[in-house]
Design a protein around this ligand. Structure first.
Ligand SMILES: Cc1cc2nc3c(=O)[nH]c(=O)nc-3n(C[C@H](O)[C@H](O)[C@H](O)COP(=O)(O)OP(=O)(O)OC[C@H]3O[C@@H](n4cnc5c(N)ncnc54)[C@H](O)[C@@H]3O)c2cc1C
Length: 440
């Protein structure tokens, strides 16, 4: 113990690793803080606002209009953004529903970098900066804040909320503001007592593979407050507002010294894929899910072989694959990218035939494929939810069933045994099951 203490106080020999949090300042939450407004982080790319930024502004507008009706108090929608030459985008935010748009311009902010973006966002939210850039507000921190649930938005949301000493409900697809009565003593301070929290942002998100929706609340503790109440929002969850160029609002340039050290990561080159993958419009879609876990590369190869057996088919995947840490070999790696995801936050397809192999059938997946004419599910679990909305359910290991199905489609003659869902037949020729693919 003495040795440890000696070495820790010897600055000359301290490599800084012994105390990684030594300089960390604990940001104490406020007590009796003053909170107002809903803030929306408007992410940009290549000089344009992302669609999800416009969707969040539209939702925030709706929430605050309702807020004014419910509470008789006008609170504002505040867009905040940063980038290179983004004043024009700040003005666009006003036309899209914001009352105030705070922007920080710096050519080094052209692309997302989490350190400077986090520092600036937290600085803006705390109302730090020159008087001119902050005199439009008289509160400690925003009441609510929304971020997009994009790669960058997810990164930023977690860091900014931690900086502001609050919480975050991630990947939300619905939001509303209401009072909430709770009896939890952690929140009320006293067992057996009920307390009503006002103006609570209810943040709904799908959980347990989408089998239920949870509503997340960010409520103060006695003596410790958690604001802003924050959420990240799944793209496509809300409708943007029609732009109204006549809308009036305040555009504020944020002022802050940016430290060179925050720009240690330099983006020297960036490329953009020419075009994404369009899974719509094909006769057949073969979708792979986490059932390929035992041999991800092998499973992907089997899916691609089935795709090739059809004249016009494409390969899709579940989000389960996108977010997995499976290691795919190079020749199939590209097929595991998000652009092939089918579902609520991916593409919506309605082919003649949808083959779902190793897919559980979470509601977020279902909404992207249940308009397909014929759905064939291959799954080892007869209780898998996908069985409820598939036309044919094959109980079996996809590693055994997919090659047989491929052979059947190729030969157009072989029969495979399918366990029918209630309205289906017991034994079906592959050709019949794939309906309309006799030419293959
Ligand atoms: C906000 C939000 C948005 C989302 N958006 C989407 C979306 O757009 N699209 C989407 O797909 N998901 C989405 N999800 C995720 C979704 O909730 C599910 O987690 C996901 O769809 C599950 O993927 P999966 O079916 O591949 O994996 P799992 O749920 O893990 O299912 C794997 C299935 O494979 C079966 N299986 C295992 N081994 C085999 C085998 N050898 N042979 C045959 N079957 C086998 C298992 O029985 C199981 O049914 C979203 C989630 C959230 C929270």
């Amino acid at each position: 113990m003495i040795e440890m203490s000696d070495s820790n106080t010897d600055d000359e020999t301290d490599d800084g690793l012994g105390h990684p949090t030594r300089d960390k300042k604990h940001v104490r939450a406020l007590e009796d803080g003053h909170y107002e407004d809903i803030w929306v982080f408007c992410e940009t790319q290549r000089g344009e606002l992302l669609d999800v930024s416009l969707e969040m502004l539209g939702k925030a507008r709706e929430l605050m209009d309702q807020f004014a009706d419910d509470y008789g108090e006008e609170e504002r929608v505040v867009a905040f953004l940063m980038g290179d030459d983004c004043e024009g985008l700040a003005e666009e935010c006003i036309a899209r529903g914001a009352d105030v748009a705070v922007y920080h311009d710096d050519e080094r902010l052209e692309r997302f970098l989490h350190k400077p973006y986090t520092e600036i966002a937290a600085h803006m939210a705390r109302g730090e900066g020159s008087l001119e850039s902050t005199d439009w507000r008289e509160y400690d921190k925003p009441r609510y804040v929304l971020f997009p649930a994009t790669n960058n938005g997810r990164d930023l949301s977690a860091k900014v909320q931690a900086e502001l000493d609050s919480g975050l409900a991630s990947d939300c697809s619905d939001l509303f503001i209401e009072e909430n009565e709770v009896s939890n003593p952690v929140k009320t301070g006293e067992p057996g007592v009920k307390k009503t929290f006002e103006k609570v942002l209810h943040m709904k998100r799908p959980d347990f593979s989408g089998f239920e929706y949870s509503t997340i609340l960010c409520l103060d503790n006695p003596g410790r407050e958690f604001h802003p109440q924050g959420a990240s929002v799944i793209p496509g969850s809300f409708e943007p507002m029609e732009p109204d160029p006549e809308r009036e609002g305040l555009v504020v340039e944020h002022e802050m010294e940016l430290e060179d050290d925050w720009f240690r990561v330099e983006i020297t080159d960036a490329d953009r894929l020419e075009e994404g993958v369009d899974l719509t419009g094909h006769d057949v879609v073969v979708c792979l899910g986490r059932g390929i876990a035992d041999d991800p590369t092998g499973g992907m190869e089997l899916g691609l072989e089935l795709v090739d057996a059809f004249e016009d088919a494409a390969l899709g995947i579940t989000r389960g694959i996108v977010t997995s840490s499976y290691e795919f070999e190079g020749h199939v790696e590209a097929y595991a990218s998000e652009e092939r995801q089918i579902g609520e936050t991916g593409q919506v397809v309605a082919p003649d035939l949808y083959v779902a192999a190793g897919v559980s059938g979470a509601v977020q997946h279902k909404v992207g494929m249940d308009e397909s004419d014929t759905i064939v599910a291959i799954n080892t679990d007869t209780d898998a939810r996908i069985r409820d909305f598939s036309d044919y359910f094959v109980e079996g290991d996809l590693f055994e069933v997919l090659p047989r199905l491929t052979e059947a489609v190729k030969s157009d003659a072989a029969e495979i045994a399918l366990e029918p869902t209630p309205d289906a037949e017991a034994e079906v020729e592959a050709g019949a099951a794939v309906g309309g693919d006799e030419d293959d």
